[in-house]
Design a protein around this ligand. Structure first.
Ligand code: ADP
Ligand code: MG
Length: 394
């Protein structure tokens, strides 16, 4: 039988080949200034490797959600970053389906790279346009996907193009995401597994919770979603925002946790605003007009006592409104504690969560920037952009 295989960068011969690398340069911008170049920096190991191996490299990405050509979302800003900060000589091409890429690729020499303009300026990117895919394939010898986080989207550069290219595989970051998330996906983690959940929208997190309910032993629930759970348990949460439409989902989830004898913990004290002042209070005497923005010190202690027992940890979602320093303690104390709990295998996932633990990069086993793609991977063990990357082998 022919086996499917995911080829990694080191298995290719890039010398004098045209390499189309789909990257995720979807960076936060303020005007023309990149607020956080993390994603560009993360793809740089793959860029450097391909150039060193003599590949002729073309980079392609989307940025934001433009409706047609919208210059405030031009990748020229990224081109400038790559030339100023990374010493690349960037040739910028506006039209991905023109004859120009093929022509320029011919004579391309490191440190030259081609960067295509925002793929979403072209209608064909999100519309699965076979013509566009053919044109991109026409100048591609090797297709590399280094955009794990967006690869659950069924878009031309992610799913149609790799179908048309024989030699294809994944970049270093993509490879790492798959490798580090697979124990969780394949339910092959050491127990007990402690799942820490927080963040804003409960409804968005339910699929993730469903995917983990069987293998997790302990659930710690903080963040804004905790208040919907508390309310579902008939606790009083003052003026704190509750997702009324998800109360039944929350009740149902709690019932199932209880039925399966899972340990789960909700916050018992809080920090927030009451009468224009910043205060701390306990669950039993939640003031009527108070809004909670963070978990309190007893909750932090209680959560840490559970984390201590864990052999594996998966964390998604901050414990509070951590962007405001006043309400960052719940999240930052857990981040530090998880980073120091070295006897457990620790994965942190989610855009905001990744940001909250970034200072512990290197200490935590894996910080996933996968977002939606990690979710699809966890739930289905597959996603469209991954399926299209396999090479069949005898
Ligand atoms: P992730 O991106 O890691 O998946 P989410 O996007 O679900 O996380 O949630 C992060 C957001 O939730 C942050 O902006 C954070 O400020 C907000 N948040 C978490 N807890 C609270 C709270 N108690 N009150 C207000 N906002 C909160
Ligand atoms: Mg988020």
């Amino acid at each position: 039988m022919r086996e499917k295989k995911l080829k990694t960068l080191k298995e290719f011969d890039f010398k004098d080949k045209n390499v189309f690398m789909r990257v995720d340069f979807n960076v936060p911008l303020q005007g023309q200034v990149i607020q956080d170049p993390y994603r560009i920096e993360k793809s740089f190991a793959s860029i450097e490797f391909i150039l060193k191996q003599g590949g002729r490299l073309l980079l392609a990405s989307h940025l934001g959600r433009p409706k047609g050509r919208d210059l405030s979302l031009s990748l020229r800003t990224v081109a400038q970053y790559l030339s100023e900060k990374k010493n690349l000589e960037v040739l910028f091409i506006e039209e991905p389906d023109s004859l120009l890429p093929k022509k320029l690729l011919k004579g391309l020499k490191s440190p030259q790279v081609i960067l295509l303009e925002n793929l979403r300026f072209h209608r064909g990117e999100e519309n699965l346009d076979k013509n566009l895919a053919k044109k991109l394939a026409n100048y591609t010898d090797i297709y590399i996907n280094e955009a794990f986080s967006i690869s659950h989207r069924n878009h031309t550069s992610l799913s149609l193009l790799p179908e048309l290219v024989k030699e294809k595989g994944v970049g270093f970051q993509f490879e790492k995401e798959i490798q580090m998330l697979s124990p969780l996906v394949n339910q092959d983690l050491e127990k007990p597994l402690c799942v820490i959940l927080g963040g804003s929208k409960l409804k968005d997190k339910i699929p993730l919770m469903e995917a983990l309910i069987n293998q997790a032993d302990i659930f710690l629930i903080g963040g804004l979603m905790a208040y919907t759970f508390l309310k579902a348990k008939n606790c009083f949460v003052g003026k704190t925002l509750v997702e009324t439409s998800s109360l039944n989902l929350a009740k149902n989830f709690i019932d199932r946790l209880e039925l399966r004898n899972k340990d789960y913990f909700l916050p018992v004290d809080f920090k927030g605003q009451w009468k224009d002042q910043i205060k701390n209070w306990n669950l039993e005497n939640f003031p009527e007009t108070a809004t909670a923005y963070d978990i309190g010190s007893k909750s932090i202690q209680m959560f840490q006592n559970q984390i201590r027992k864990a052999k594996s940890i998966f964390w998604n979602g901050p414990m509070g409104f951590f962007e405001n320093e006043i309400y960052s303690l719940g999240t930052s104390s857990l981040a530090q504690f998880v980073a120091n709990h070295k006897t457990a295998y620790r994965i942190v996932g989610g855009g905001h969560s990744a940001l909250a633990v970034r200072q512990y990069e290197g200490e935590i086993d894996h910080i996933s920037t996968g977002g939606g793609a990690s979710l699809s991977y966890l739930q289905e063990k597959e996603f469209i952009g991954l399926k299209k990357l396999y090479t069949l082998q005898n």
